[in-house]
Design a protein around this ligand. Structure first.
Ligand code: KG4
Ligand code: ZN
Length: 430
């Protein structure tokens, strides 16, 4: 087991008078977001306008520009774990401990603020790696106590799910919407009915899609791009041709009555194909066939994701346009027949991609195509790449969405921050 992070001592406290003068000016709500659930140390500061102290007038009302990102800082651990087969918790927690004070300082500098300006601290409490979660949580807990700032615990998946409401504007992206969260740790189809109102329609039965991209990328000796192996694999795939690569089977084709996913079989098939290629190369460099394997793998993984999403849309009662390609209409009709009787019709207003893998251009293009086959002008939304992967903005934003309901605010103000515990398996979504 890994040691729990010991937080660095927070900066010295200021007098009550100084605190009262600067924080809570009655118009703005400033939230600091901290994310340390995995291998990136992220801090952001967001500002939202409110009318007065009792009326936290936040997102969801009128304008899209009510929320401002004042700071967005991140320290990547990509280089630290690169030589290992995955994230090493022992090293990750140490890096979070080392980096968090600096990342916080940079964020305060970028926003020209101090702890005195912060109205609420939002921190990821789960799911994630336990020691990593504690690194962020303990630091935030100390600051919350010392400066008497409410501490808001955020679910990492909820943060990914709500993030596109900030980038698209809450007026454009209205509840309910269907989100595919595809990240290093999760692959989940979720109907987002509102803040803290989620229904999971499908999830992975084994590996997550991002984890699978990472494993196959490692086998292919791909270098990371923008701090991610998956992005490196996407670049290699762009040089190859899926049809020339191995004919991988799309997973779970005969499990038509669920929207679940499975990636372990595809992962094994792809790594086997790489091994066979290596054997042929006899220890030399992998030739252009490696790009074809990457392309074929990516195409199959994306097909699996789009088919599950199509099924979820069919189950929810969305109608496919009769002018869509014949095979799409046929498969859609088959999906409709297999719809679980317990699921009621509930039309999502949009289709949303979020999580690290949502920065993949090929996935976006295929999902956009899928959305275009549906009636009622179904649109695809996703955050820009830098906000698809883990970041502090999504954590602070989730808190703003939660605080827009005053009941939650009262609830958080009454809570004792020291009672918060990291929850590596936090499952409040299903
Ligand atoms: O959301 P995220 O930053 O962390 C988790 O919550 O897990 O997602 C990281 C995952 C990694 O597996 C990374 O390789 C993958 O997202 N990823 C990509 C791309 N960019 C990041 N996978 C495929 N294509 C990309 N362009
Ligand atoms: Zn994530």
């Amino acid at each position: 087991a890994c040691a729990v992070a010991t937080p660095p001592p927070p900066p010295p406290a200021q007098s009550d008078a100084a605190r009262a003068g600067e924080r809570g000016n009655g118009r703005d709500l400033v939230v600091l977001g901290v994310e340390t659930s995995c291998d990136d140390t992220c801090v952001a500061i967001l500002k939202s306008r409110r009318r007065n102290r009792d009326d936290w007038d936040l997102v969801g009302e009128n304008e899209n520009d009510k929320v401002e990102v004042l700071a967005n800082q991140l320290a990547s651990q990509f280089g630290i774990h690169a030589e290992y087969g995955g994230i090493v918790p022992r090293l990750a927690v140490r890096a979070h401990q080392d980096n968090l004070p600096q990342v916080l300082e940079k964020a305060f500098e970028e926003a020209s603020m101090t702890w005195q300006n912060i109205d609420a601290i939002a921190v990821t409490r789960g799911p994630g790696l336990s020691p990593c979660l504690w690194a962020g949580l303990s630091t935030c807990c100390d600051a919350a106590q010392q400066y008497e700032i409410p501490l808001i615990d955020i679910n990492h998946l909820e943060a990914h799910a709500l993030m596109p409401r900030l980038t698209q504007g809450p007026q454009t992206l209205r509840f309910p919407f269907l989100t595919l969260i595809c990240s290093g740790g999760h692959t989940m189809l979720m109907l987002v009915r509102g803040v803290r109102q989620y229904e999971v329609l499908g999830t992975t039965l084994d590996d997550a899609v991002g984890e699978t991209f990472d494993k196959v990328a490692r086998a292919l000796r791909v270098e990371g791009h923008e701090g991610h192996l998956g992005a490196g694999l996407e670049r290699l795939a762009a040089e190859g041709c899926a049809e020339r690569g191995p004919a991988f089977r799309v997973p779970m084709e005969n499990y038509g009555d669920t929207c679940n996913f499975s990636f372990s079989g595809l992962k094994s098939a792809a790594t086997r194909a790489v091994k066979a290629l290596e054997k042929r190369a006899q220890g030399g460099t992998l030739d252009s066939a490696s790009a074809d394997i990457a392309a074929a793998f990516q195409a199959t993984a994306v097909k699996h994701l789009t088919r599950g999403t199509r099924r979820a849309l069919a189950f929810l009662g969305h109608r496919v346009s009769r002018s869509a390609p014949r095979n799409i209409v046929r498969n859609f009709d088959r999906d409709v027949e297999r719809r679980p009787a317990t699921l009621r019709h509930e039309l999502p207003s949009a289709l949303v991609l979020s999580g690290g893998v949502a920065s993949n251009e090929f996935l976006r293009a295929e999902m956009r195509k899928l959305a275009s086959y549906f009636e009622d002008d179904l649109r695809l939304h996703h955050p820009p790449a830098a906000l698809c992967t883990d970041n502090g903005v999504m954590v602070a934003y989730a808190a703003l969405e939660i605080l827009s309901d005053k009941r939650w605010l009262d609830d958080f103000a009454r809570r004792d921050p020291t009672e918060l515990q990291a929850d590596p398996q936090w499952r409040f979504l299903d």
